[in-house]
Design a protein around this ligand. Structure first.
Ligand SMILES: Cc1ncc(COP(=O)(O)O)c(C=O)c1O
Length: 389
């Protein structure tokens, strides 16, 4: 087995949990982090060893969960392009701008990374059925991996989620429950039903492996930039797994001896209609208050309260970063501009990242000469309803 996973650790108390357990939250109700024997990992996983490895996120197998069969169940997730976007660079006068384009993942979003790890890790720990509350993309990704594994998936999504998301889940054979409420209400229903029904709950950060999949974005950005991390990462944030995962990846890579202690400034982008992390960041708070009446066309950003809020806020502050919110009209306009200048059709969440970059440049929070990585977290194709506005 390649995985050097040793145990799990509570992100609040540091309590340890055994490697073989099928876990959700810690006893303190906080997210768990997977921990690895990085010294053992470094024996086979070196920067040079990556050349010639498989062209998906499982190239980092030593620092990912173990799996059940001979090879991880995979649809080719990860190892997405770090696009050089020449015309967008010229338009913005940012010569060192890159777009990490997650739309090319299976099911069209970065959610495939997290759900791949969650399903593989849980199947290795004898899970037999899965459930997830979702803003859309996570449901599609779970449904796809469950289809590939031949196990049942139960997807709970707000009834007003764009139609393509439910359609996709059902095509993969998942059971879809449309809920009158937001993702937090979906989460409550999954939590209430999962134990009795025998479903493994793979809600964001409420099991330890989705964040492991998301952290591979940090490994890839480093590898694709020859291990010189960028100055700034601009990331559209809902539950925050990607931000938290990349931050974890940087620490692991430092311990592996791949990078030094310098870190990018992490910038969290949220929607003006749902910005709990932006508010908490501005208030200097360690945790975020639930956002009332959350609304935005970027369904992935419609997360009124996040279990990993304290981890996100810590990463933003430790990195010297920032948090800002953009209006829906601005994110859709920026999404169209991004499409027109790059050939990448982004999810509104990706548009939000570009809309945020305009502001960061205007306000002098980012210099045009800096090395900037902007995340397009998903494909625009499932968001026709939003772009038709
Ligand atoms: C396209 C897209 N972008 C961003 C997000 C937010 O992701 P995270 O949980 O990593 O903050 C989501 C979540 O649903 C999403 O679907």
């Amino acid at each position: 087995m390649l995985s050097c996973l040793t145990h799990f650790e509570c992100t609040r108390t540091g309590a340890k949990y055994p490697r073989g357990a099928l876990l959700t939250l810690s006893d303190a109700g906080a997210p768990l982090f997977a921990r690895y024997d990085l010294e053992r990992a470094a024996a086979t996983l070196s920067r040079a060893s990556l050349r010639g490895r498989r062209a998906d996120m499982w190239r980092y197998a030593e620092v990912l969960p173990d799996w059940a069969g001979a090879a991880p169940l995979s649809l080719g997730e990860g190892w997405t392009p770090l696009a050089e976007v020449e015309r967008l660079r010229d338009a913005l006068r940012c010569p060192h701008l890159f777009i990490k384009d997650e739309s090319s993942n299976p099911t069209g979003s970065f959610k495939a990374r997290g759900l791949s790890c969650a399903v593989n890790g849980a199947l290795a720990r004898r899970a037999t059925a899965f459930a997830v509350p979702t803003a859309g993309n996570a449901g599609g990704a779970l449904a796809a991996f469950a289809a590939a594994a031949g196990v049942p998936a139960h997807v709970f999504m707000p009834a007003d989620t764009p139609a393509a998301f439910a359609l996709e889940c059902r095509a993969f054979g998942a059971t879809v429950e449309l809920i009158d409420g937001l993702i937090d209400e979906c989460g409550r229903q999954v939590a209430a039903r999962a134990p009795k029904a025998g479903w493994h709950n793979v809600s964001t950060l409420k099991e330890p492996f989705r964040v492991e999949g998301k952290k591979t974005m940090g490994y890839e950005v480093a590898e694709q930039l020859a291990f010189e991390l960028p100055d700034v990462i601009v990331y559209p944030t809902g539950g925050g797994t990607g931000l938290i995962g990349m931050w974890k990846a940087f620490d692991e890579m430092e311990e592996l001896g791949w990078i030094g202690s310098r870190r990018p400034r992490m910038v969290s982008v949220q929607a003006a209609g749902c910005a709990p992390i932006v508010q908490a960041f501005a208030d200097g708070a360690d945790a975020a208050a639930p956002w009332p009446d959350a609304h935005t066309v970027a369904s992935g950003l419609r997360v009124p309260s996040a279990v990993g809020d304290f981890l996100m806020l810590r990463a933003l502050r430790d990195s010297g970063g920032h948090a800002l919110a953009v209006e829906d009209d601005a994110m859709l306009a920026a999404g169209r501009e991004l499409a027109r200048l790059t050939g990448i059709f982004p999810a509104p969440e990706g548009g939000a990242a570009l809309a945020a970059l305009y502001r960061l440049l205007d306000e002098g929070l980012v210099d045009r000469d800096e090395r900037i990585v902007l995340f397009n977290t998903g494909s625009g194709y499932k968001y026709a309803d939003a772009y038709l506005r």
